[in-house]
Design a protein around this ligand. Structure first.
Ligand SMILES: Nc1nc2c(ncn2[C@@H]2O[C@H](COP(=O)(O)OP(=O)(O)OP(=O)(O)O)[C@@H](O)[C@H]2O)c(=O)[nH]1
Ligand SMILES: [Mg+2]
Ligand SMILES: [Zn+2]
Length: 294
């Protein structure tokens, strides 16, 4: 008995990659997940549930996730969200304060120890007051691309996806609507990576819910009319892979900004500025994932 107590106080296993860490460590020595998250989780009586937000760089992951968390903590759609630890508020704070000054937040750094991790206790009053302890890190698109093209470059990404109970796959609908095949190919790569990770038995479909979010819907409002038709037309390869390999998937359109202005930055590049925010379709994919968690 004494030995067990001594062992548990001597090292703390990481929630994400299971590496043993010193009790006073700030981040996990293997995957750089914040240890505050692990300590916070240990104080709970329920296991946290990871919902990953994935997508290419510049698709709008940070803006989407920050807006979603802000809406949840403002009790939108009968949700109630309580951040577990002050570090969890940083992502939402960063996004809301940038949008409030009519700027988009900066790109997420590729260094894992710079990512914002959000750990929220979310309750939904319409769904029988179910409580979910959600861990949602804001990953960098470039790190995801590196991991997908050469697995094990970012062990934290692999561990996070392996442990995910559900995923939100974000796609740039504006770029797809303009005829570029790039969003379709990147989503296809991510889905086949997930397929490899989640596959239990050969031939069996994946039962982890995946919501495909068509971001920046303000550039192509037609995607709100019927996101499935939009995906079938503009993201046909992704659509087909979903149909063949995934049991629980759906398509959603979303946008955060109501109107954009354009101006030059210090280097002379033309940059879009959000003149006003009018979040649309942000809660729906999240609500759908929660409803389909097994
Ligand atoms: N029109 C429009 N543009 C958006 C919206 N959301 C994001 N953007 C644009 O997309 C850019 C990238 O958004 P981010 O949220 O930083 O993208 P990201 O996926 O986090 O990118 P990485 O951090 O590099 O992985 C922003 O700087 C905006 O220019 C939206 O709802 N509408
Ligand atoms: Mg980002
Ligand atoms: Zn770890």
């Amino acid at each position: 008995m004494l030995t067990t107590t001594m062992m548990t106080t001597a090292s703390t296993p990481c929630l994400i990659c299971e590496a043993e860490n010193k009790p006073d460590a700030l981040v996990c020595s293997r995957c750089y997940a914040p240890m505050a998250l692990i300590h916070e989780a240990a104080a709970q009586d329920r296991d946290p549930c990871i919902v990953s937000v994935i997508g290419e760089s510049n698709t709008g992951k940070t803006v989407y996730l920050g807006t979603l968390l802000d809406m949840l903590s403002k009790r939108a759609g009968d949700f109630e969200a309580v951040p577990k630890g002050a570090y969890s508020v940083n992502l939402q704070h960063n996004v809301v304060s940038h949008l409030g000054t009519r700027q988009f937040p900066p790109k997420t750094p590729t260094e894992v120890d710079q990512w914002h991790w959000a750990y929220y206790q979310v309750a939904h009053h319409r769904h029988g007051d179910m409580i979910y302890d959600l861990v949602m890190p804001d990953m960098a698109g470039e790190a995801l691309a590196a991991e997908v093209s050469s697995p094990k470059t970012y062990t934290v990404i692999r561990s996070l996806l392996e442990k995910s109970a559900g995923s939100l796959l974000l796609v740039d609908a504006g770029v797809a609507a303009a005829g570029s095949p790039q969003p379709d190919f990147f989503a296809l790569k991510l889905l086949s990576y997930l397929d490899g990770i989640f596959a239990k038995k050969r031939g069996e479909k994946i039962d982890t819910p995946v919501a495909i979010v068509l971001c920046k819907g303000d550039y192509c409002p037609e995607c709100f009319d019927d996101p499935r038709i939009f995906a079938k037309t503009n993201l046909n390869r992704t659509w087909n892979l979903c149909e063949s390999r995934f049991e629980k998937y759906d398509f959603f359109a979303a946008s955060v900004v109501g109107s954009l202005g354009y101006a030059h930055d210090a280097e002379g590049n033309v940059i879009p500025y959000p003149l006003h925010c009018s979040p649309r379709g942000i809660l729906e994919p999240f609500e759908w994932v929660l409803a389909h968690l097994s």
